[in-house]
Design a protein around this ligand. Structure first.
Ligand code: MG
Length: 369
């Protein structure tokens, strides 16, 4: 990363809310609105950097209240501080955000946003310089079919297929019979699309394999199966991965892998063939560390998100572009949000990200506080 030096003149963290078009339902719970925290850091030269913490209490156990307290404490510590190496400051603050990685992600996002603005480069360039691959400046996200009725699954699939989406990530794990009909309905409505299943820990290894067998009898083979079993069921994950070796279905850890340490464990055990990285699980810099480790071990990568607004989704798209190593892009949550917070300058209605004309920094400047 290039050299920058700046003084933080003002720092503010506050809660932001947005209504949803559809409740975001998964096996372990649901969001009825977006309630996240934005952080704005301003330098003495008036340059602002923005960060977002998306708190998913039913997944990570973090709370909005505690995340706000942590970010306000970090904001207070940063006011008046001179920063010469933003990355080092991110690493320095990481211990203060132990157990609250969404807060860490917001802090890193804001500091790195300022860093890239001051260097006059797009946010993705921060990661491109450290990556072995060329930046990948356009790609498509999948779209999530949330837990719901068969009719809801049909209606959502029709709508998104019409808009041009080609990859559907179906949330399962609450009701096997209904899951089966929902999957078959998506396949029928969008026959040429890629199917991803995300069980959010809703199965045992045994039940999962029986379920996949049933799908196979219907001629359905997902390209990727995310987090079939509870996060600490490493043996279950490994058993499914072994059973699916060579089948064309990747087994991907999401809830099981929120840190470099967990990633190393999953890889060393042969427990997975893919890993879903999210800013809100590991923070941004550790997310890049996980990507480099996984890439060096032949593990495939997905970049995902919690219920994040356009700020964090756009920052994530830059991260994917810069590192250039993600096979699966799951950055679709702005399609569930109403209003201004859903607008990313580099994402169109069909789920296509294009960063060719990205300016300096992340390129999203939310109004708040
Ligand atoms: Mg997942």
């Amino acid at each position: 990363m290039g050299k920058v030096s700046f003084v933080i003149d003002d720092a503010v963290a506050s809660i932001i809310r947005a209504p949803l078009l559809t409740p975001f339902r998964i096996a372990t719970g649901q969001h009825d609105e977006l309630e996240n925290i934005f952080l704005r850091l301003r330098t003495s030269d008036g340059i602002c950097g923005y960060g977002e913490a998306a708190v998913a209490t039913h997944i990570t156990g973090e709370t909005v209240a505690a995340t706000l307290v942590n970010l306000q404490a970090a904001a207070a510590a940063l006011r008046g501080r001179r920063i010469d190496a933003p990355e080092e400051v991110c690493r320095e603050f990481a211990p203060a955000f132990a157990g609250n990685h969404s807060g860490l992600a917001a802090l890193e996002m804001a500091l790195l946003d300022i860093s890239s603005r001051l260097q006059g480069i797009p946010f993705y360039q921060l990661f491109a310089s450290a990556a072995a691959k060329e930046p990948l400046l356009s790609f498509n996200t999948d779209i999530t079919i949330v837990i719901g009725s068969l009719e809801e699954a049909r209606a959502a699939t029709r709508q998104f297929a019409q808009r041009g989406f080609k990859a559907f990530k179906i949330k399962i794990g609450k009701d096997e019979e209904l899951d089966l009909s929902r999957i078959l309905a998506v396949r029928e409505i969008a026959p040429d699309s890629e199917l991803i299943l995300d069980a959010n820990m809703g199965f045992s290894a045994e039940r999962m394999l029986v379920f996949l067998n049933r799908l196979d009898k219907h001629g359905v083979s997902p390209v990727l199966l995310e987090q079939p079993v509870p996060k600490n069921d490493w043996d279950g994950l490994a058993a499914i991965t072994a059973a699916l070796a060579g089948s064309g279905t990747l087994v991907c850890a999401d809830e099981s892998v929120g840190s470099l340490e967990n990633a190393r464990r999953a890889i060393d055990m042969g427990a997975v063939s893919a890993i879903n990285i999210k800013f809100m699980k590991s923070g941004i810099l550790e997310g890049a560390d996980i990507a480099r480790l996984a890439g060096s071990q032949g593990i495939r990568l997905m970049l995902g998100a919690m219920l994040e607004s356009a700020l964090s989704i756009t920052a994530s798209a830059h991260f994917a572009a810069g590192l250039g190593c993600f096979d699966f892009i799951d950055l679709d949550t702005t399609f569930f949000i109403k209003g201004e917070l859903s607008h990313s300058p580099c994402l169109d209605d069909s789920g296509r990200f294009d960063l060719h004309s990205a300016g300096h920094g992340i390129g999203v400047e939310p109004h708040f506080a």
